[in-house]
Design a protein around this ligand. Structure first.
Ligand SMILES: C[S@@+](CC[C@H](N)C(=O)[O-])C[C@H]1O[C@@H](n2cnc3c(N)ncnc32)[C@H](O)[C@@H]1O
Length: 254
């Protein structure tokens, strides 16, 4: 089996929702707000004939999801469920799948309605939604059929507001919310570590991020860093990418 696969985004999703918190939990619970799907120019021709479909599947990379864990409390329930029996955005491969309404197309741009996706999300694929192939209205829906939790918009359980991207080799932090680079990195490191302690099972994905941030915190002279660049002192909304290379942990301002 392949150990690693490479994916290349084919475009970007523009959405009225800027943060996961407050975003509808599924297209079926979304209102009429519109967004846009913008494909790279190279794929414009591949959109031909899409106009005939009322709905399209968007396949996307849920880029701001937290590391995955095997059990989660889904938005529409109040008890833990096995991850793969849920539509949680925190998954080993954080791939999202949403059937949105296609309003119009102009060249490489699609106007869509019913997004449960935040602004700036990388798009991986588009497929037409075909009721005869995709809809099985009488199919059983496990716990979903029984739950009485009617939550329609997300809270912050599957992401951290200070993180723009989170994986075991790379963390992008948004400064200015919790102060300087040091405070922000410490805050995210502590939150993830506290959660890990409470988990019953090992969580290698979270351990990887904690290790990366731990090494960064240990190896960095924050006083010198703040003196050299006042953007990192916490007054501005800037993003910093912390990543692993063969020579150790590095960082850069974005
Ligand atoms: C429960 S997921 C369902 C996504 C998709 N319909 C699916 O089933 O795969 C939807 C939630 O993911 C969160 N979300 C959307 N886009 C995201 C992104 N790029 N990064 C992190 N979280 C995101 C929002 O909180 C939204 O309410």
């Amino acid at each position: 089996m392949e150990k690693e696969l490479r994916l290349r985004p084919i475009g970007i999703i523009r959405s009225p929702y800027k943060e996961p918190k407050g975003t509808p939990v599924q297209p079926g619970f979304a209102k009429k707000e519109r967004g846009e799907v913008i494909l790279d120019e190279a794929y414009t021709e591949a959109l031909d004939d899409i106009e005939g479909f009322d709905r399209i599947w968007l396949v996307f990379w849920v880029h701001r999801a937290r590391p995955w864990r095997p059990k989660v409390v889904p938005y529409r329930d109040v008890v833990e469920r096995g991850l793969f029996a849920t539509r949680s955005p925190s998954r080993p491969n954080p791939i999202g799948l949403s059937a949105v309404r296609l309003v119009s197309r102009e060249r490489n741009r699609l106007v869509v309605e019913g997004l449960d996706i935040i602004d700036g999300t990388p798009l991986l694929d588009i497929k037409p939604y075909i009721p005869r192939a995709d809809a099985f209205p009488d199919a059983r829906s496990g716990w979903f059929d029984k739950t009485k939790n009617a939550r329609e918009v997300a809270d912050d359980r599957f992401y951290l507001s200070e993180t723009v991207r989170l994986s075991r080799d790379e963390v992008v932090l948004r400064l200015g919310l919790h102060g300087c680079i040091e405070n922000t990195a410490r805050h995210v490191h502590r939150r993830l570590a506290e959660e890990l302690i409470q988990e019953k099972e090992p969580n290698p994905a979270a351990e990887g991020v904690i290790e990366l941030l731990g090494e960064f915190l240990q190896a960095t002279d924050f006083r010198a860093l703040r003196a050299a660049d006042e953007d990192l002192a916490g007054q501005k909304e800037v993003s910093v990418r912390i990543y692993r290379t063969q020579d150790g942990v590095r960082w850069e301002k974005l």
